[in-house]
Write a protein that binds this ligand. Structure first.
Ligand SMILES: Cc1ncc(COP(=O)(O)O)c(C=O)c1O
Length: 352
């Protein structure tokens, strides 16, 4: 049985959270002398002298409408990277508990676990980049607090089989973290619509990808109310700054434009696949549900360095297990993609 209290670290269960001035004061007032801010304001901008809303209520309300998920099920982090770190700190006892990750996958699960002295059990994806359910079952022990699944997965680009994820949700009684950073580029539905079916689910999304706001650092965790309350309890009080909250509110008004942009990126992805597949140096392009492609190429290191010389940076994943010989290429604007193809053609000519 899933028992949140049992999963939670003892010290976090007992923790008395920091209570900020803005947490304690709820009403309307004209004069704020409670938070040791600078009432004069900055000479640079007069309106950033006050601490922001610690619980980002307006942003969450707007996100709730867009995502069809109640605001109480939403946590905002300084990027999903902060959500990952907070989950580890809430549930994993350093030096004692462990998590399961399924490489090749997003690197921060492991780094964040290492920072927190949490053991990482690695259960590689199958050669088809799907979950190895038997191996995951074997890896789970009494101290396995979380399983991180990334779908669509970075760097492979594919979505994990939904049935496999459901089998884990139904049979594993720790927290199942499903990182959906790239979900908007995929053909599949988000697990955010299934929060009520699984007490042990935590879905991560981000404004860094489809929304085009990586610099604002806003990541989203969707989970049961008790899990969200725990995350709120341990986060730094003002983790989403005022400028980000304001800009995100503006951006969230533009769902239509964002959807148009997503469609354009998906279209560009198709065209890039087509053009790459015609090149002699490209051996295989893995199917992608994301805004990037994993391509097996003839000489990954050589191409990587050649592109760098031409001012184009891609990600060399050729040393990563199951991604041998592969480059990860983000879908760019039509001009950027054209430039990439031009340089790849030039590289191919050079070696022939
Ligand atoms: C799978 C995955 N999750 C999370 C992140 C980080 O997102 P954020 O910018 O919200 O920290 C990335 C960034 O590349 C990613 O690939």
């Amino acid at each position: 049985m899933f028992d949140l209290n049992n999963l939670l670290r003892e010290n976090i269960r007992k923790l008395v959270p920091y209570s900020s001035a803005r947490d304690e004061f709820k009403g309307e007032a004209q004069i704020f002398l409670d938070a040791n801010e600078n009432s004069f304001g900055s000479p640079l901008t007069k309106w950033y002298n006050r601490y922001p809303d610690p619980l980002q209520k307006k942003v969450k309300q707007k996100l709730a409408e867009i995502k069809g998920v109640a605001a109480e099920h939403i946590f905002l982090g300084n990027g999903s990277d902060e959500c990952i770190d907070i989950l580890l700190r809430a549930f994993c006892e350093p030096g004692k508990d462990n998590i399961i990750i399924c490489p090749p996958t997003y690197g921060m699960y492991e780094v964040s676990a290492n920072i927190n002295d949490v053991q990482v059990k690695k259960v590689p994806l199958t050669p088809g980049f799907q979950l190895d359910l038997t191996a995951i079952e074997e890896a789970v022990d009494d101290h396995t607090k979380m399983i991180f699944l990334c779908s669509p997965n970075n760097p492979t680009g594919n979505s994990l089989d939904k049935n496999d994820i459901e089998i884990i949700l139904n049979n594993y009684f720790g927290l199942v973290v499903i990182d959906e950073a790239y979900i908007n580029f995929s053909r599949f539905r988000s697990f955010t619509q299934e929060l009520n079916d699984y007490p042990n689910i935590c879905v991560l999304q981000t404004l860094s990808k489809a929304w085009g706001l990586a610099a604002l650092r806003v990541g989203i965790a969707f989970a049961s109310e008790p899990v969200i309350q725990i995350m709120n309890k341990i986060k730094p009080p003002y983790n989403i700054n005022q400028a980000s909250q304001e800009l995100v509110m503006k951006a969230l008004e533009e769902v239509g434009q964002v959807n148009g942009m997503i469609q354009e990126i998906v279209k560009q992805r198709g065209e890039l696949i087509q053009q790459l597949s015609e090149l002699s140096v490209v051996e295989k392009i893995h199917p992608s549900d994301a805004n990037f492609l994993l391509a097996k190429v003839a000489d990954a290191k050589g191409i990587y360095n050649y592109l760098l010389e031409k001012g184009i940076v891609v990600r060399d994943r050729s040393k990563v297990e199951l991604c041998e010989g592969c480059l990860r290429i983000t879908v760019g604007t039509p001009t950027e993609n054209k430039e990439l193809i031009k340089e790849l053609k030039a590289f191919a000519l050079q070696i022939h």
